[in-house]
Design a protein around this ligand. Structure first.
Ligand SMILES: Nc1ncnc2c1ncn2[C@@H]1O[C@H](COP(=O)(O)OP(=O)(O)OP(=O)(O)O)[C@@H](O)[C@H]1O
Ligand SMILES: [Mg+2]
Length: 459
């Protein structure tokens, strides 16, 4: 189902994109609208035939809003729905120095990797039938080996091949019916395919990307791709052979070409927590200055060439959506050049009790549905009454006002507390029905809500 949607979203009209987002994100209509228009604009641009196509640059979006109102959630949903190469990065990652800190261009390299993997998966789908066919033949070659071709009397050979073909056909039938699955066979397995090189992981947390080709080649020379014979079940052997065959059949150059083309024309980068780098004061200490990170971002957003292990990637038409709470800093604390790169500003609204009620109930993976499903596995049938849900929303709003406004995240802490006893008491031997109404919620929470200090710590 997800695959179908993924294929579709890039052809969805803005209204349809909003409708998709509506299934998961409550309210925030302005933000959804801007995002939908931006996504559709990419699609339109890709269909432009005039040569002004190169001058049509994406209109990057800056989402501004308090914490816990759905900024990241919108990004997450686009990622799931969209077929475009997508990556979400935390701006603050780039201010840390050393092991955790990453250089800003790495987001492009990571995105290239993502695009490559997704194109490769697609290409693998194209060759999978052929790979299965080949694998079956190879498996039969192992089960019913053909005699080595030696000069013999023609007639004898003919008879022999004939009977071998018959045996093969018989085995083929048995294999297809799954009757051979448990039988053991000996096959050649590429050693490096089974045991990846652990050393490389230690070197670079960013994946192989950060290493140059040379070093990687060096490693694969130290550990050459050995083939070794192993005894495995037929079913496993078949899987291994299919995997190896599809690896072999996929045209890597074509995959790389498609991946880069796709990424350059419809790549999407979500820069979260951008407010964390919005400060112009010089930084002291070992961290990279925030302004430095902003300056590094500029050329990438504006359009530049980034060297990746798959080749040069142009970033001109990659769409950037940045988001930040801007509690402490303001968008105007970003350096002017960077502000200018985000022409579309959208303010996200803080959420009220009415939104909370809907967030609890409506989204496809709404919190209440999650608890219902979880506890169903333990013989508990939860029944949330409307007044119970309303009370939870009310308490969440109240605590947000009295202590700190953490938006919809408050629902999680409140609900967790409401469910605590029943979660602890489960499982039950026989099916137990629990009705969560206003009274139930009050019973569980009243004493905490009344006490501001308590709610500060518990909710
Ligand atoms: N409008 C909304 N509709 C549905 N769920 C929401 C909404 N807003 C927030 N949530 C839920 O609240 C949680 C936090 O939301 P999210 O991660 O989007 O916050 P955010 O706006 O990115 O906050 P921050 O500025 O702290 O990063 C998520 O689990 C999300 O499902
Ligand atoms: Mg967020």
């Amino acid at each position: 189902m997800n695959m179908n949607m993924a294929k579709k979203i890039d052809f969805l009209t803005p209204k349809e994109i909003v409708a998709e987002l509506d299934k998961y994100v409550i309210g925030q209509d302005k933000a959804k609208k801007s995002v939908a228009i931006a996504l559709r604009t990419r699609f339109r641009r890709n269909n432009v035939t005039s040569d002004i196509i190169d001058d049509i640059v994406p209109k990057n979006i800056l989402l501004i809003g308090p914490t816990g109102v759905g900024k990241t959630e919108i990004a997450r949903r686009i990622a799931k729905l969209s077929d475009s190469p997508f990556i979400k990065v935390e701006a603050s990652k780039f201010t840390e120095v050393g092991y955790m800190g990453r250089d800003v261009e790495s987001m492009i390299r990571d995105l290239t990797e993502i695009a490559f993997i997704s194109e490769k998966a697609k290409e693998t789908q194209n060759v999978i039938d052929k790979a299965k066919e080949n694998a079956e033949e190879m498996l039969l070659d192992i089960l019913v080996p053909r005699p080595p071709k030696m000069p013999r009397k023609v007639a004898a050979v003919a008879v022999e091949t004939n009977s071998i073909d018959k045996t093969r056909d018989k085995f083929r039938m048995m294999f297809k019916e799954g009757k051979l699955s448990e039988r053991m066979v000996e096959i050649e397995i590429k050693a490096s395919g089974r045991s990846p090189l652990p050393i490389i992981e230690i070197f670079s947390q960013g994946g192989l990307d950060d290493m140059s080709h040379d070093i990687k080649d060096m490693f694969s020379n130290i550990f050459p791709k050995q083939k070794k014979l192993e005894k495995v079940k037929v079913s496993e052997a078949y899987e291994i052979l299919v995997r190896e065959e599809s690896e072999r059949l996929v045209d890597t150059n074509k995959v790389i070409k498609n991946a880069i083309e796709k990424l350059e024309n419809s790549g999407l980068i979500f820069i979260d927590e951008i407010d964390k780098i919005a400060s112009r004061e010089k930084s002291y200490g070992p961290d990279v200055s925030r302004e430095g990170v902003q300056r590094d971002l500029l050329p990438i957003i504006e359009g530049s060439n980034v060297m990746t292990k798959y080749g040069i990637v142009r970033t001109d038409h990659i769409l950037f959506i940045a988001a930040g709470a801007f509690h402490v800093s303001k968008p105007s604390d970003l350096i002017p050049e960077l502000q200018g790169r985000f022409p579309i500003r959208v303010e996200m609204e803080s959420l009220s009790k009415k939104d909370f009620i809907r967030i609890l109930k409506e989204p496809k993976s709404a919190l209440i549905k999650q608890y219902e499903e979880l506890l169903k596995t333990e013989n508990v049938l939860l029944e949330f009454n409307d007044d119970g849900i309303e009370r939870i929303a009310e308490i969440a709003e109240e605590v947000n006002l009295k202590t700190e406004n953490i938006g919809a995240r408050r629902l999680q802490t409140v609900l967790e507390k409401v469910m605590e006893d029943i979660s602890f008491d489960a499982p039950f031997k026989s099916s137990k029905k629990v009705c969560i109404d206003a009274k139930y919620v009050n019973d569980k929470l009243k004493s905490i809500v009344k006490d501001e200090d308590l709610s500060r710590y518990i909710l």
